[in-house]
Design a protein around this ligand. Structure first.
Ligand SMILES: [Zn+2]
Length: 181
């Protein structure tokens, strides 16, 4: 499990591409449950995240303390304890290498405390040299590795964070993992 204390920390992690130094990934946000709560557009300025949602809902999230408030004085996310919870999903995608994708878990909106909770990354996909694919599953602290070109069955291993700046060493390790799995 990989969690973040604040939305700002998650945002920084999602911005950074593990394969491309100094490249910012494209971040997208959606809301859920999909039939009830949608994020139509968003804008981030410093630590404030502005959400423009369906039903005219406009929210501001303070990414440093995870608080959420309504911009128009009316908080449309209903407070019904037994209803499905409302949440945000964040993705990060590198347009330069086209090879790294990060997906958050459901960032839960607590309508009583007016806080974003459960701030965590769920998956990350990394394609290396068009040849190897690593899928990190942070909920289970595992990773699946497979050779993209020949397909083949993925090998599932305990999660290892690689130093992707030394890509040759990473490829050697991946070859060894596949060979001995
Ligand atoms: Zn990249």
């Amino acid at each position: 499990m990989k969690t973040f204390k604040t939305l700002q920390e998650l945002w920084s992690y999602f911005l950074y591409c593990p394969l491309c130094p100094h490249v910012e990934r494209v971040i997208d946000i959606s809301g859920g449950p999909a039939e009830t709560f949608k994020v139509l557009s968003f804008k981030k300025k410093d630590h404030l995240l502005y959400l423009n949602c369906n039903k005219g809902g406009k929210y501001i999230i303070n990414c440093l303390d995870n608080s959420i408030r309504s911009d128009i004085g009316q908080y449309i996310i209903p407070v019904f304890p037994n209803l499905p919870f409302f949440f945000l999903n964040i993705t990060g995608f590198c347009k330069k290498c086209n090879a790294t994708f990060a997906y958050s878990g459901n960032l839960v909106i607590d309508p009583i405390a007016k806080l974003i909770t459960n701030i965590r990354i769920e998956y990350q996909d990394i394609y290396i040299a068009n040849d190897y694919n690593i899928t990190y599953n942070y909920d289970y602290d595992t990773m699946n590795i497979f050779k993209s070109i020949n397909g083949g069955k993925p090998c599932s291993l305990p999660l290892v964070e690689f130093d992707f700046f030394d890509i040759e060493t990473v490829i050697k390790k991946l070859k060894a993992y596949i060979l001995f799995s």
